[in-house]
Design a protein around this ligand. Structure first.
Ligand code: DNO
Length: 348
């Protein structure tokens, strides 16, 4: 395992020189966030990003995310051209040394929360989700006010997409994913890029739109769709952890070498389809991170890991979930767990 930090590029309020002061971090997870979905990433912009990262003393290890165009998820005729363009971006990220690509297959919406700054008793704030609160959100004027989308569709475009996806069944979405992977995995394999499909967050349908990557079994189904070793997943303890019944350590053991990326964060389930994000130590959440780490040790996980969302602490302001301080605390905790489990014997 090697540790990474997500950095959103030169607009990120957290500078790389501060990340340099977090012990044990080798890699940076980043992306070209301002390229419209579907366009091929330019070699020059990728090289500039790589140079910024390397001159701060890191390697550019992971791209998160290269968004998948909605036409691909809808299975429209334009998908072949868009998949070719996706593949070209994959090839180009390999040219600047990236080895893992984290992406998702969530229609329209990326990750969703209903509260970006819920106060906790200790004076910090955290992000939370409540399905009842989601139902009160009016999307008729577009997506303004919702957090952290890969895309931001305006009113008419959003209405068109909502209507289109509401008639796509889950099985149809699986077929579209398989079609996509059958074309992308060979390109990834020959470019030495490991694909890492991220589970849906939250792992259930939102706004009547289907979501399919919602359980450990779904992640196993993903790796079974295409046998290439390049076809793997991101195991996100936070996404999977909010759905009772997801046994994350067992999923890791079953996926083995197809675990290509780890996102680690704690969550506490506070009701049905309701959760909040909590500080990293085990006592504050519902994820058994020690058991997760033992499973990673047993599969001899040697890929990238990052501390996922943090709270806002010590008065920090910034991008929800992506401040410096709490993610740095999380990084130290993850490092301590890894050092400890690495001293224990490996179970085959
Ligand atoms: C949330 C992230 C996700 C992730 C994408 C991957 O903080 O984990 O937004 O980057 O879903 O495509």
């Amino acid at each position: 395992m090697y540790l990474n930090f997500r950095w959103f590029g030169s607009d990120d309020p957290v500078p790389l020189r501060h990340l340099r002061q977090v012990p044990g971090v080798d890699g940076i997870v980043s992306a070209l966030h301002d390229v419209p979905t579907g366009d091929v990433w330019s070699r020059e912009c990728l090289a500039r990003l790589r140079d910024d990262i390397e001159s701060a003393g890191f390697r550019f290890s992971v791209v998160e995310s290269l968004p998948v165009h909605e036409d691909i998820k809808l299975g429209l005729p334009s998908r072949d051209r868009l998949i070719d363009q996706f593949c070209e971006s994959v090839t180009r990220m390999a040219e600047v040394g990236v080895t893992v690509l984290c992406y998702n297959f969530m229609p329209i919406f990326d990750w969703v929360r209903t509260d970006l700054s819920m106060p906790l008793a200790d004076g910090s704030t955290t992000m939370a989700y409540d399905d009842n609160a989601l139902k009160t959100i009016d999307l008729s004027r577009g997506m303004g006010g919702l957090p952290a989308w890969a895309n931001n569709y305006d009113g008419p475009e959003l209405a068109r997409l909502l209507e289109a996806f509401r008639s796509v069944s889950e099985e149809r979405l699986w077929e579209h994913l398989e079609y996509f992977l059958a074309r992308v995995a060979p390109v990834a394999e020959s470019s030495n890029i490991r694909l890492a499909l991220h589970p849906d967050d939250p792992p259930w349908s939102v706004f009547g739109v289907p979501r399919i990557i919602t359980t450990g079994a779904a992640l196993e189904r993903v790796v079974g769709l295409v046998s290439s070793p390049a076809n793997g997943v991101t195991v996100c303890t936070g996404s999977l952890g909010v759905r009772p019944g997801n046994d994350v350590p067992a999923t890791i053991r079953r996926l083995g070498s197809r675990v290509h990326f780890m996102h680690c964060r704690y969550v506490r389930v506070t009701g049905e389809r309701q959760f909040e994000e909590t500080p990293h130590p085990s006592a504050s959440g519902d994820v058994d991170m020690l058991a997760v780490f033992r499973a990673l040790r047993d599969i001899r996980f040697d890929g990238p890991m990052r501390s996922d969302h943090g709270r806002m602490i010590w008065g920090e302001a910034g991008r929800p979930g992506y401040g410096l301080y709490d993610r740095a605390l999380g990084t130290m905790y993850l490092q301590g767990l890894w050092e400890a489990v690495s001293q224990e014997p490996v179970l085959d």
